[in-house]
Write a protein that binds this ligand. Structure first.
Ligand code: CTP
Length: 413
């Protein structure tokens, strides 16, 4: 497990400042030492007493308090991670300009640790060229600026600019603390990911399913979205998970539904990841009415199964037929001879990469952590060390980017 960190949570003056309270609790519950540094305006929304009580540390906004402790330098120097949430257009502009006119901006100017900024503002302010230029400046300097969520803003309007949920910000910030800034290598790329388990109906109340939670697929989609990709997530049965910022989420149940959605969307995709736990077999027939014990015992104890289409192989065939140029990545869960089975499966499926993990003893499914090996069709074998599924997702994306994405010029032909 990771050790505790000195986390600075910067809060600026927006309505979403109240959500910072949940963020503080999230880090505190994991054992981190949290120091809240609000801007003076943030205190118009949430009082210093709330931040002090939740963090267990004093709260100051200016550079002229506790001067004997040289706070305006020390807070930044001692931080292991800085998260600014919510970040208004104004604080983004001040960070971009290198200002140090309050304790938060001077802390960021001093810091050498990872800095994660979670913007929250009205859509017009977010899309304004001045804000977009400031965001680019921050990113070029190695600050991770998360994409805002799309949704209901203060008032009646909806659009991009909503603060991400605190659990999403915390998970992404911890990922950045472990792997470094999320680069923008997927800017303009179209990413198609399947996640979760499929359900194959026996009758209106019964189905054949599996234990997949969808967490790894959602984490891959979320990291891709914050690396600049346009993301479509085709999701089967999953735990209750937050939709990644800006992603188009398409819900499916059966393998055949999933196949239809993936095949249709593959054409525009630059990267396709099959993280779904697809049922290999389905009942040969689905009863239109509920099957009954007694009357249908014979049929229920002898459910005949037929093989489902192999979606991954179908996508590879689509590429062979020139219908997509996407880089194609599969997953494999194995219980024994993990590496050898994985290598054989990569070859059989014809994908570019395969993330193989060991599921012996109930590992991985439904768990918060994952590990394994990433195999490339070029013969490469990369070990992915044990870590939270978001950290694993960030490492998988690094490997996919290193493997190579389709060249836009080839796509144009
Ligand atoms: N997959 C698929 N369609 C299927 C079965 C699997 O697209 N009908 C995909 C999965 O999403 C995964 C990869 O293929 O990306 C490997 O899945 P896995 O279940 O490990 O492979 P199988 O082909 O079912 O092989 P086996 O049963 O021999 O382990």
């Amino acid at each position: 497990m990771t050790e505790s960190r000195n986390v600075v949570i910067g809060v600026s003056g927006g309505i979403a400042a109240y959500k910072a309270c949940h963020l503080i609790r999230d880090f505190k519950e994991r054992g981190d030492d949290v120091r809240v540094v609000p801007t003076p305006n943030a205190l118009n929304f949430v009082g210093a007493a709330t931040f002090e009580a939740l963090s267990g540390n004093p709260v100051d906004t200016g550079v002229f308090t506790r001067v004997d402790e040289v706070q305006h330098v020390r807070v930044g120097q001692e931080a292991d991670l800085i998260v600014v949430a919510p970040a208004t257009a104004d604080v983004v502009a001040r960070i971009a300009a290198g200002r140090a006119d309050d304790l938060l901006t001077s802390t960021i100017l001093v810091a050498t640790c990872p800095v994660v900024v979670a913007p929250a503002m009205h859509t017009e302010m977010w899309l304004n060229p001045a804000t977009q230029a400031n965001i680019r400046t921050l990113r070029v300097r190695g600050i991770t600026v998360l994409e805002p969520a799309h949704g209901r803003l203060t008032g009646k309007d909806t659009g991009p600019g909503r603060l991400l949920e605190p659990v999403q910000i915390a998970e992404l910030a911890r990922t950045v603390a472990e792997t470094g800034p999320l680069g923008r290598g997927l800017e303009g790329k179209q990413v198609l990911i399947s996640a979760g388990g499929t359900q194959e109906n026996i009758d209106p109340v019964r189905f054949i399913g599996n234990r997949s939670s969808g967490r790894q697929g959602f984490a891959l989609a979320e990291i891709a979205a914050h690396k600049g990709a346009r993301v479509t997530l085709v999701a089967g049965d999953t735990d209750e998970l937050y939709a990644p910022a800006g992603a188009d989420v398409v819900r499916v149940r059966s393998t055949r539904d999933l196949e239809v959605e993936m095949n249709a969307r593959a054409v525009d995709a630059d990267v396709i990841i099959m993280a779904a736990a697809v049922a290999d077999f389905r009942p040969a027939s689905e009863s239109a009415s509920k099957m009954k014990k007694g009357r249908d015992t014979d049929a229920l104890t002898r459910i005949e199964l037929v093989e489902n289409p192999d979606v991954l192989r179908g996508l590879v065939d689509q590429r062979r037929a020139g219908e997509t140029a996407a880089t194609i990545v599969g997953f494999a869960a194995e219980t024994d001879n993990v590496l050898d089975n994985g290598k054989a499966k990569l070859k059989r499926k014809g994908a570019d990469m395969l993330m193989v993990n060991s599921v012996a003893g109930g590992a991985v499914f439904g768990q918060a952590r994952n590990s394994g090996w990433l195999l490339g069709s070029d013969g490469s074998v990369r070990e992915v060390p044990d870590g939270p599924k978001h950290v694993v997702a960030a490492r998988i994306w690094d490997a996919i980017e290193a493997f190579g994405l389709p060249d836009p010029r080839e796509l144009a032909n």
